[in-house]
Design a protein around this ligand. Sequence first.
Ligand code: FMN
Ligand code: ADP
Length: 323
Amino acid sequence: MQLYKLVILKIFHSINEFVATKKTILTLGTFDGVHFGHKSILNKVTQSTLHGTYESVVLTFFPHPRMVLQGKKDLKLLNTIDEKKELLEKLGVENLIIHPFDTTFSKLSAEEFVRDILVEKLKIQKIIIGYDHRFGSNRTADIHDLIAFGKTYNFEVEQISAQEINDISVSSTKIRNAITEGNIDLANQYLEYPYSIYGEVIKGKQLGRTIGFPTANISINEAYKLIPQKGVYVVKSIIHEQTVYGMMNIGNNPTVGGDTQSIEVHFLDFYNDLYGTSLKIDILHRLRSEQKFENITALKNQLATDEQETRDYFTVYQSLNNR
Ligand SMILES: Cc1cc2nc3c(=O)[nH]c(=O)nc-3n(C[C@H](O)[C@H](O)[C@H](O)COP(=O)(O)O)c2cc1C
Ligand SMILES: Nc1ncnc2c1ncn2[C@@H]1O[C@H](COP(=O)(O)OP(=O)(O)O)[C@@H](O)[C@H]1O
C-alpha cells in the first residue's frame, strides 16, 4: 500500500532561494502532465522521505530548456506551472524548485552543476533519474559520470530503467497528440484526471444570450498551454463551490462569421453573471466538430441537440460516480 504524507508544497523560484534543512531526495525533470508514469517516479521520491529523515525536492526548469536553447517559442505543454504545483502537492512532494533556465545556467559544466548546485545548495542524499539523463553544458555528462560524482561527493544515484522512461516519454507525447486530435477520452485515461483549462471570463460578441445559449468566453493567460482540437466538448466546473455541468465550443464560430479562435462554455441550469471570474474547466468528452450552419436557427437547433447529449452524458456520469 502506498502511504502519503499530507504536505503543503513549498515553491522556490530559483535554486538560490532554497535552503535545505535536511539532506534531500531529488528528482529532476519537466513532468509535463504529471501522468501515471511520472507518478511512479515521484512516488519513489516521496516514499523515500516519508519518515522525515530526508526532504523531497522536485527540480524543474521554466522556461522549458527547449524554449531557451532551441528557440522553440511555440512549444505547447499540458500543464501550466500552477497546475503542476497542484498536482505535485497532491502526490506529497515537499519542495518544488522552478529554476529560470537561461543561457548562463546552460553553460555550467557537469561537475559545477553536481558540486555547486546538487551537493552544496540542494544537499542531495540521493538523486532519482532516468538512465539516459544527460547534463552539464552541451549535455556532456551521462549517468556513469553522475554515479562517479556520487562516489566523490557522497550521494546515491537511483536509475529509472529504459522501459520506464520509454513509457513516460511515449505517454507525454501520446497525451499531447491525443489532445491535439480531440481525443480527450484517451488523454484523460493516460492522465488519470480530466484535462483542464483555466482562465478568466471575458466579454464576447454578446450574441449567445440572444439565441438562448449565453456562453462564458474563457481567456487563457499562458500562451504555452496546449488547447484541444477545435470542436464541442462536455465539461464540468466548480462555480462558487457548486459543481456545474456545461458544453464548450473551441473554434472560430463560422456561422456568425468569426475569424479569431474562442473558447466558450454554456453552463446548464445556470443563470448568473460570470464576467471577471476565473474558472477551471474540466474537459470530459468530445461531442462533435465545429460546423458552419446555414443560419442561426440551424445553429440553435444543433445547440439544443448538444444540450440533450450533454445531459445524457451526465446522467450516466453521475450514476457511475455515485456508486
Ligand atoms: C456547445 C456549443 C457549440 C457550438 N457550436 C458551434 C458550431 O458548430 N458552429 C458555430 O459557428 N458556432 C458554434 N458555437 C458558437 C456560437 O456561434 C456562439 O456561442 C455564439 O456565436 C455566441 O458568441 P458570444 O459568446 O461571443 O456572444 C457553439 C457554441 C457552443 C456553446
Ligand atoms: N448559463 C450560462 N452559461 C454561461 N454564461 C452565462 C450563463 N448565464 C449567464 N451567463 C453570463 O452571460 C455571459 C455570456 O453571455 P453572452 O451573450 O454569450 O455574452 P458574451 O458574448 O460576452 O460571452 C457570461 O459571460 C456570463 O457572465
